[in-house]
Design a protein around this ligand. Structure first.
Ligand code: NA7
Length: 537
């Protein structure tokens, strides 16, 4: 046992048993380390454990969104749909937990309240809400970028007498909408999936929309046995492609600008993309749709016309067409007959930018011009994204400095994985790293962190952290990459903006918007040079 191992109960504590925490556990165990995963839920799966709302599913191709690290796992798991529903994804993650016997090192029902760095021992004290304390040498956060749900700050939320729920806290028991008057507040990716599902069975559904989003057809389909075998035979090429594309998706921009082709050619290309499954129209489009305003405006006009064609009532269609941001500048919700829902007699759209919600009442919702009665209110109101899950834990580094205070004006990181003043802490899927196709990023992220932990352990390093200069340089680099990108000119979770969280009505650059291959190359360089940028002791 090294000196370092003697000073703490565990070599590493991982917070969270979603995809990143699960894989981190697997890797650190392979290194022979003593690892404990602390998880607030009662099961594994993270996003796919919590988000059980009706209609929850992948917007990315199932086979590109799974783990790729184990050939065995790839060989034995069949996907039943191109875009898997949440129940199947959660079954898959439970299968992963079983296969690698992960649960024995995961403590469930364990929400972490605080993590304090102890300089005298170079260890972390991690305290749960129930007061129990764990100590470890390394602290690895696997808390997820979209895992701190936010309820709307509308007066009277607690007074409603019917059933109500945030989509990310959906009950484990089935909820029936038959014969029920249902309200959905929120029309982001989650709201859209919920609305199209609830509209199938609810007696009446009222959608409260503050800002419409540009949605595009998912075009999901079942996968038969033969097709699954073909997909499996192509796994090597698929994962290779994901490592080469800009954001690790199958889809990537074509190497041409919008105006390098004729009007007819680009319209034909957009028709083709609109009729193809998945994120192609967003991520596989011309390479300037998110930087060239004219290109973005023309594409937006194309999609607006699709909405007008699909919605019968043109007053409703106009309300569903975004006016304050262009196509793709916010996360594009993928839909299945979403726009057609509004042609149904049992669905009503309330534009709360015109008639704001004044309060939630014991029986329903009161807007500035009407009062609505409901049996169920669904809050699809999103998350305190990217930094919110960190803010909810009292993380304190050297001299008791709080991470939340350090990041008050936006995150500061080195490579999106470490912060100076917070030694021996590494982040998985944290701010300032390539998000994109998250499972692909997770695998790289976990492997890089595991190599760093191994290096520190092999060299018996007590304390490892980036230099302040490198954190400043990386933070500046991430900010400069965001300049000129239309996404950063829009309020959305992708710019850290949240109307329901105090102090977060400002836009920040919290995501790395360069290419995933560039980010990985930089991380690999740092590792290859023996982590020279990290101050070690
Ligand atoms: P989003 O995309 O942040 O959407 C939240 C929605 O809730 C959005 O339409 C908001 O309107 C609306 N909202 C939030 N607060 C309120 C209040 N107070 N009143 C009315 N409407 C409100 O979250 P999602 O869960 O849909 O998606 C998050 C990501 O998870 C998604 O992009 C995927 O990557 C997975 P606003 O636009 O702020 O006017």
């Amino acid at each position: 046992m090294t000196d370092l191992q003697q000073s703490a109960q565990y070599d590493a504590i991982v917070i969270g048993a979603g995809m990143s925490g699960m894989y981190q556990l697997y890797r650190l165990r392979e290194l022979g380390l003593r690892v404990k995963v602390l998880e607030a839920g009662t099961g594994v799966g993270g996003t796919w454990y919590w988000n059980r709302y009706p209609g929850a599913r992948f917007d990315s191709e199932s086979y590109s969104y799974q783990f790729s690290f184990s050939k065995d796992l790839l060989n034995e798991w069949d996907w039943s749909e191109h875009f898997s529903g949440q129940p199947e994804t959660l079954r898959y993650l439970n299968h992963v937990a079983d296969k690698f016997d992960l649960r024995k090192d995961i403590q469930f029902r364990s929400r972490v309240k605080s993590a304090y760095y102890q300089e005298a021992t170079n260890t972390w004290d991690v305290t749960l809400e129930d007061g129990s304390i764990f100590t470890s040498h390394f602290l690895i956060t696997a808390v997820g970028p979209l895992s701190a749900p936010t309820m709307p700050t509308i007066p009277g939320v607690e007074t409603f007498q019917g059933q109500s729920c945030h989509t990310a806290r959906w009950p484990h028991e089935p909820v029936s909408f038959e014969g029920k008057r249902v309200a959905v507040i929120g029309t982001g990716a989650t709201g859209v999936q919920t609305i199209q599902e609830v509209s199938k069975t609810a007696k009446h559904l009222t959608v409260f929309q503050r800002t419409p989003n540009w949605c595009a057809p998912l075009l999901n389909a079942k996968i038969g046995t033969e097709e699954m075998e073909k997909i499996r035979a192509g796994y090597d090429a698929l994962f290779q492609r994901c490592m080469e594309t800009f954001s690790c998706f199958i889809h990537t921009a074509v190497p041409r600008g919008t105006f390098e082709v004729t009007l007819e050619e680009r319209q034909a290309f957009w028709e083709e993309l609109y009729a193809s499954p998945g994120f192609g129209i967003w991520l596989g489009n011309f390479n300037d749709i998110l930087t060239n305003r004219e290109a973005n405006a023309e594409l937006s006009a194309f999609v607006a016309n699709k909405i007008r064609q699909r919605v019968k009532d043109q007053t409703v269609a106009e309300k569903l067409i975004p006016k304050n941001h262009g196509f793709g500048t916010r996360r594009v919700p993928m839909e299945t007959k979403y726009y057609e829902c509004y042609n149904q007699d049992n669905v009503k759209l309330v534009d709360i930018s015109e008639t704001p919600i004044e309060r939630i009442t014991p029986t329903g919702i009161k807007t500035s011009d009407a009062e609505y009665a409901f049996d169920i209110i669904i809050y699809a109101t999103g998350f305190d994204a990217i930094t919110g899950s960190f803010d909810r834990i009292d993380i304190r580094g050297v001299d008791g400095a709080r991470l939340k205070d350090r990041w008050k004006h936006g995150p500061e990181t080195y490579l999106g994985m470490t912060v100076d003043g917070f030694p021996n802490m590494m982040m998985l899927v944290g701010p300032h790293m390539a998000l994109g196709n998250i499972p692909r990023t997770i695998e790289f992220n976990v492997e890089w962190v595991s190599d760093l932990v191994k290096y520190a352990t092999d060299h018996n390093l007590q304390r490892i952290e980036p230099t302040p200069a490198d954190v400043q340089a990386w933070t500046d680099h991430v900010k400069s990459l965001g300049e000129g990108n239309l996404m950063f000119e829009v309020n959305s979770w992708m710019t850290g903006w949240n109307s329901n969280v105090e102090g977060k009505q400002v836009r920040i650059i919290n995501r790395y918007s360069g290419s995933a291959p560039d980010w990985r190359a930089k991380c690999n360089e740092v590792a290859a040079r023996g982590y020279q940028e990290m101050a070690v002791g």
